[in-house]
Ligand binder design. Structure first.
Ligand code: ATP
Ligand code: MG
Length: 416
């Protein structure tokens, strides 16, 4: 049997990269005072309908929804922000602390055409800085994304940033955009024609060449920003400069979700053969209120982990067994003694792997080699009789027999 289309097993030889990522991310987010939150993978479908918006691809084409046995409408979460907003409201997190800095990591589900870096079950790491409309919060979250990518040695990427203004500014812009695009309506790609009526801003996002050509002379969103929005955006750019975070203003960047306002940004990798967005984020000042909570401005982003790992993890998927000791036994007495050895290794935090076969010494040593192990601990009849243990180093096949009771000291010395 196969996995469901668009889903993947993450195998033991790949998991170290995931665990390492988690560790590094935890360290950085801890420094910045962000706290991990884990929300359920299933939510009421209504949450996403209200939160993400009826005219988005996610809602129209990509949701994994079903009715459960109690006739509830349930959806496997397609993204994290709506769930966090829901949790913020239902747990009244705002009563404890005006500012909530939260992060999450976990699987998301979208019914899309699977391809490299695009799956139906994929994982996101995301952060949300909730409770401030100060542009410093925008800069903080961008700085964290940059820091994480740097720490993980993500090769070249570009931060693209834009301000999509507030509701009023966008409405004014939408009117102008529609007026312009109407002139070329018949030349638009099919999706963009549809969006003209539902979500015209998303036309700016079209990958279609002809549509892109038409857009070259379209009115520019930045011209529709009022003084305050423009000044705030300029301040963000100033701060990014101060932090030495390179960025590119992309006035066509609008993002796929409805809930954004003001700042929108994406981080894109620079490899032209295989270009995609690693991180998407922005400010969402109205979402929490829209979902029934108090007015609470917020800003955040999500990184696609599979895409990130494709970039940083190109040829590093051997299981690391350098400091693991392979326990080889021969005969029942030796097997019995192995339990004693194991409990001592555990006490001293020394990694091991107990051979489970009754094979010859030679075959057991061969197995150790296959696991990339450097050192075997051998207990045979002779060792039991003499209260010794034999240590075999696989790099040069040198071996020595030492007093059994000295084994921990011996290993600790070698591991230094
Ligand atoms: P795209 O335009 O590539 O579909 P998106 O705008 O739908 O991306 P977001 O909703 O912003 O993506 O999600 C944030 C990040 O999550 C993306 O930048 C990407 O790295 C990752 N991501 C989104 N959808 C998928 C998917 N189907 N498979 C793998 N990663 C994904
Ligand atoms: Mg998408």
């Amino acid at each position: 049997m196969q996995t469901v289309r668009g889903t993947k097993d993450i195998l033991p030889n790949e998991i170290e990269a995931w665990q390492n990522l988690y560790k590094q991310v935890l360290k950085i987010l801890n420094l910045y005072n962000y706290y991990e939150i884990r929300t359920p993978i299933i939510e009421q479908t209504e949450l996403f309908l209200k939160g993400i918006g009826h005219t988005t691809d996610i809602i129209n084409k990509e949701m994994y929804s079903f009715t459960d046995q109690g006739r509830r409408n349930i959806t496997l979460r397609p993204e994290g922000t709506a769930s966090i907003a829901r949790s913020f409201i239902s747990n009244k997190l705002y009563q404890k602390n005006q500012i909530q800095r939260l992060w999450y990591m976990g699987p998301m589900f979208r019914y899309e055409r699977p391809q490299n870096g695009r799956q139906r079950q994929f994982h996101q790491l995301g952060i949300e800085c909730i409770g401030s409309s100060n542009v410093m919060a925008d800069v903080e979250v961008i700085q964290i994304a940059h820091s994480i990518l740097q720490q993980l040695k993500c090769p070249e990427y570009t931060l693209e940033i834009n301000s999509i203004g507030n509701q009023q500014e966008r409405t004014n812009y939408k009117d102008a955009l529609i007026k312009y695009i109407q002139l070329y309506k018949d030349d638009l790609d099919h999706d963009s024609q549809q969006r003209l009526n539902t979500n015209p801003l998303r036309i700016l996002d079209s990958k279609n060449k002809k549509t892109q050509d038409i857009l070259k002379d379209a009115p520019c969103l930045s011209k529709y920003l009022k003084k305050e929005s423009q000044e705030n955006f300029d301040l963000i750019c100033d701060y990014l400069m101060l932090l030495n975070i390179p960025y590119k203003i992309n006035t066509r960047l609008v993002r796929g979700l409805d809930y954004y306002s003001y700042t929108a940004f994406e981080i894109v990798n620079n490899n032209l053969d295989n270009q995609y967005t690693i991180c998407g984020g922005g400010r969402y000042n109205d979402l929490i209120q829209q979902l029934g909570g108090p007015y609470t401005p917020a800003v955040g982003w999500a990184i696609g982990i599979e895409r990130l790992l494709l970039l940083i993890n190109q040829n590093n998927n051997q299981i690391e067994n350098k400091n693991r000791f392979y326990i080889i036994t021969q005969g029942l007495k030796a097997q019995k003694k192995a339990w004693h050895l194991i409990s001592r290794l555990e006490t001293y935090n020394i990694k091991f792997n107990l051979d489970l076969s009754n094979n010859s010494f030679q075959k057991q040593i061969k197995k150790a080699n296959q696991y990339n192990i450097k050192c075997c601990l051998i207990l045979g009849e002779k060792e039991i009789e003499d209260h010794t243990i034999t240590i075999k180093w696989l790099a040069n096949y040198s071996q020595e027999t030492i007093c059994y009771k000295n084994i921990i000291t011996y290993i600790q010395k070698k591991l230094k």
